[in-house]
Ligand binder design. Structure first.
Ligand SMILES: [Zn+2]
Length: 65
């Protein structure tokens, strides 16, 4: 079972402080065309990141510049 926190930690490749609900997006994965979900999380008290993860393959990214 994927939880918001476990998904955020996979995307961040580190512990996160908080994670919001996993949400569906209209995006398609650039690698395989699969469905992409998003999760907002806080890797630290001063930072809020939205992470994106493909449900079909290992692709993920964040909205960091
Ligand atoms: Zn994919």
């Amino acid at each position: 079972m994927v939880t918001p926190r476990s998904l955020a930690e996979l995307i961040e490749d580190d512990d996160v402080m908080e994670a919001e609900e996993i949400e569906d997006t209209d995006r398609d994965c650039p690698e395989c065309g699969g469905d992409v979900v998003s999760v907002g999380y806080m890797p630290s008290v001063t930072e809020y990141v939205t992470g994106y993860k493909c449900q079909e393959c290992d692709w993920y990214e964040t909205d960091r510049d």
